[in-house]
Design a protein around this ligand. Structure first.
Ligand code: ADP
Ligand code: XUL
Length: 554
C-alpha cells in the first residue's frame, strides 16, 4: 500500500492535482482515477475500467449480441436479409446490451460509484433515426426498462450498419449534386461511400419518405449510445462525424453542400458536431440509482471505434501504424499532414487527440479467414501452425484473391475468391497453403492500399480478435517489413474510451496515459525476416496485377 501511495504521489507531483486531492486520498484510501470505456461494436458491447492511479486495467468485459440477446435475431450483429448488400441492425439490441452489461459489472462486485468519467465508441457509419429529439427526454423513468422507453422514440425500427453496400445509386446522386467526386473528397476526406451515413440517409429518405419526414434526429451509433447515457442529445464527435460524407473536415462542421446534396431537411436533423473531449452531460440519474454510479458522473462524447482505437493503441501521434484484425480488418495511422487517397478507397477521419487520421477498411478480414478455417476444418491453432510450420513465405507461388464477401478495398460488389497455383491448391485440397494464401493476400492488400499515406511505419501495432494468432502476425511482419507489436489489452477501442475519459477529466498528458496503458507485449513481438523481402516484392507485383484485373472486370 505504501508503495502504491508513493507511486501515486510521485505521478501526481507534476501539479496536475491539488493538495486537497492528496489529503482526500489519504483520508479514505479510495481510488481516485477510475474511468469506464465502452465499445458498441458489430458483434458485441465491451467495457473496460482503468485505474489511472495504479496503471491497472481493473475490469474488461464483453457481451456478445448473438449469444446473449438471441431474440433480436442478429447472430453476427446484424439482421439476416434477402439482399446480401443490405445489412441492418436493431438499435434496441445495443440499448438492452448496455443495461445488461452494467448489471454484470455491478454484480461482479465492481463499485461503479468510483468511476470518475465515461466515454466510448461505436462501430462507424451506422445510423439511428429518432422521431423525437433526445433533448426532449431529459430523464429516464426509474420504473421501466431503457428499451421500453427508447422503442417509442425510434422513427425507424432498424438502422443500416457499416457492412451495408446497397447504396451505389445514392452515392452517384450525391456526388453529382455536390459537384463531382473531387469536390466530395476535398470537403469530406472520402469519395461518396456506400456504407457512409450520407448515402444511407438518402436511401431512407427516398424509399420511406413518410418515415424520413417523421424523423427529427439522426444519430451515429456512437452519439446514440452517448445520448442513452445522458438522456439528452449528445453531439457527434469530429472523429466519427468524418465517416458520414457530411462533415467539412477543414471547418470541423457540417458541410452545407454535402447536407443539401444528401436529403431534404437534413440540416435540421443532425445533432451538433463536438470535439472528442467534449463533456456531453452528466450520467442520467437512472444509471445512478440502478447500478450505483456516482451522481453526475461526466460523460464525454463517444467516437468511432477506429478513432477510439487510435488512442487506445497509443498511436495518436504519427510514426506507428495500427492494424485492427476484427470482423473487418482496418489499417490506420495518425497523419502528420492531411492527404487523400487517389484511388478513392482510403478515408480521412478526425483524430480524437487532435488533427487527422487515415483509415483503410477491408471487409474480408476475419470473415474471410473464418471461411477458410471452416472450409478446411482448421482450428485457429491449426491455422497458425499451417502458416508457421507447414508452408513458407511466398507459398511456393500459390496465391489467392481473398474476396468472399463484398469488398470495400478494392471496391468489389460481386466478390469471388480466386485461386492461382498448383492443382491441389486451386481445387481446394491444400489446407495449409490455403491458410497462408489468404493471410498473404490480405497483408499484400494492406501494403498496396495503404501506400497513399506516404509514411512507412517503423512499427505496426496490432489489436482485435485475430491479433492473438502468431501465424497471421508472422505474415504481416514479413510482408510489411516492419516489427509487429500486439497490444496487451484486447479491446483497444473500449480502452481508448477510458483513456479519453481520463484525459478529459484530469487533463492528463496523453503520453503518461499511453505509457501506462497502451503497452505492447514484448514476448509477442514479431520481427520481419529481411531475407524474404524479395519474395514479397515479386508476389506483391503479381497481386496488384491480378487484383486490378478483377476490379476492371477482366
Ligand atoms: P469486432 O470488434 O469486429 O466484433 P473482434 O476484434 O472481437 O471483432 O474479433 C473477432 C474475430 O476474431 C472473430 O470473428 C474471429 O474470427 C477472430 N479470432 C478470434 N480468435 C482468433 C485467433 N486465435 N486467430 C484468428 N482469428 C481469431
Ligand atoms: C471503418 C468501418 C469499420 C467499422 C467496424 O470505416 O467501416 O471498421 O467501423 O466497426
Amino acid at each position: 500500500m505504501a508503495g502504491s501511495v508513493l507511486q501515486w504521489a510521485w505521478r501526481r507531483a507534476g501539479g496536475r492535482t491539488t493538495l486537497q486531492a492528496a489529503i482526500d486520498f489519504g483520508r479514505n484510501g479510495a481510488p481516485l482515477g477510475r474511468y469506464l470505456g465502452l465499445d458498441s461494436s458489430t458483434q458485441s458491447l465491451s467495457a473496460i475500467v482503468i485505474d489511472s492511479d495504479t496503471g491497472q486495467v481493473v475490469v474488461e468485459r464483453t457481451l456478445n449480441f448473438g449469444q446473449r440477446l438471441p431474440s433480436y435475431r442478429c447472430p453476427s450483429g446484424f439482421l439476416p436479409a434477402e439482399d446480401p448488400k443490405v445489412k441492418q441492425s436493431d438499435p434496441l439490441m445495443w440499448v438492452e446490451a448496455l443495461e445488461l452489461l452494467f448489471g454484470e459489472l455491478k454484480s461482479s462486485g465492481l463499485d461503479l460509484s468510483q468511476i470518475r468519467g465515461i466515454s466510448g465508441a461505436g462501430q462507424q457509419h451506422g445510423s439511428v433515426y429518432l422521431g423525437r429529439s433526445m433533448v426532449t427526454v431529459g430523464r429516464w423513468a426509474e420504473g421501466a426498462s431503457l428499451v421500453d422507453q427508447v422503442r417509442p422514440l425510434l422513427s425507424r425500427a432498424v438502422g443500416p450498419i457499416w457492412m451495408d453496400s446497397s447504396t451505389s445509386q445514392q452515392c452517384a446522386e450525391i456526388t453529382s449534386a455536390a459537384g463531382g467526386e473531387q469536390r466530395v473528397v476535398t470537403i469530406t476526406g472520402s469519395r461518396a461511400i456506400e456504407r457512409f451515413t450520407a448515402a444511407q440517409i438518402r436511401k431512407f429518405a427516398q424509399t420511406e419518405p413518410k418515415a424520413w419526414d417523421a424523423t427529427v434526429e439522426v444519430h451515429l451509433v456512437s452519439s446514440f449510445m452517448a445520448s442513452m447515457l445522458v438522456a439528452t442529445t449528445a453531439g457527434i464527435d469530429l472523429g466519427d462525424g468524418a465517416g458520414m460524407n457530411l462533415l467539412d473536415l477543414a471547418a470541423g462542421d457540417w458541410s452545407p453542400v454535402m447536407v443539401q446534396a444528401t436529403a431534404p431537411g437534413l440540416e435540421r436533423k443532425l445533432p451538433r458536431t463536438v470535439p472528442s473531449c467534449t463533456a456531453v452531460g452528466p450520467l442520467a440519474d437512472y444509471f445512478v440509482s440502478r447500478f450505483g454510479f456516482a451522481p453526475k458522473t461526466p460523460v464525454y462524447a463517444f467516437t468511432g471505434d477506429n478513432p477510439s482505437s487510435l488512442v487506445g493503441m497509443g498511436a495518436s501521434r504519427p510514426g506507428s501504424m495500427v492494424i485492427s484484425l476484427g470482423t473487418s480488418d482496418t489499417v490506420f495511422a495518425a497523419m502528420s499532414q492531411p492527404r487523400t487517397d487517389p484511388r478513392g478507397y482510403g478515408h480521412v477521419f478526425g483524430n480524437p487527440a487532435g488533427g487527422f487520421m487515415s483509415l483503410i477498411c477491408f471487409s474480408n478480414g476475419s470473415l474471410a479467414r473464418e471461411e477458410i478455417a471452416r472450409r478446411f476444418g482448421l482450428s485457429w491453432d491449426g491455422f497458425a501452425s499451417a502458416i508457421l510450420e507447414h508452408t513458407r513465405p511466398g507459398n511456393d507461388g500459390n496465391m489467392m484473391l481473398p474476396y468472399f464477401v463484398p469488398e470495400i478495398t478494392p471496391r468489389l460488389l460481386h466478390p469471388e475468391p480466386c485461386w492461382f497455383g498448383s492443382r491441389d491448391f486451386t481445387e481446394g485440397r491444400d489446407a495449409a497453403r490455403a491458410a497462408r494464401a489468404i493471410v498473404e493476400a490480405q497483408a499484400l492488400g494492406m501494403r498496396l492500399y495503404s501506400s497513399w499515406i506516404g509514411e512507412k511505419p517503423e512499427t505496426v501495432l496490432t489489436t482485435g480478435g485475430a491479433s492473438k494468432n502468431r501465424g497471421i502476425l508472422r505474415v504481416l511482419a514479413d510482408v510489411l517489413g516492419a516489427e509487429i507489436r500486439p497490444l496487451t489489452v484486447a479491446n483497444s477501442s473500449a480502452l481508448g474510451g477510458a483513456l479519453r475519459a481520463a484525459q478529459a477529466t484530469e487533463k492528463l498528458p496523453w503520453g503518461d496515459l499511453f505509457d501506462q496503458f497502451a503497452a505492447t507485449d514484448p514476448l509477442r513481438r514479431v520481427s520481419p525476416d529481411p531475407s524474404v523481402r524479395g519474395v514479397y516484392e515479386e508476389l506483391g507485383a503479381q497481386f496488384e496485377r491480378r487484383v486490378e484485373e478483377m476490379v476492371a472486370g477482366r
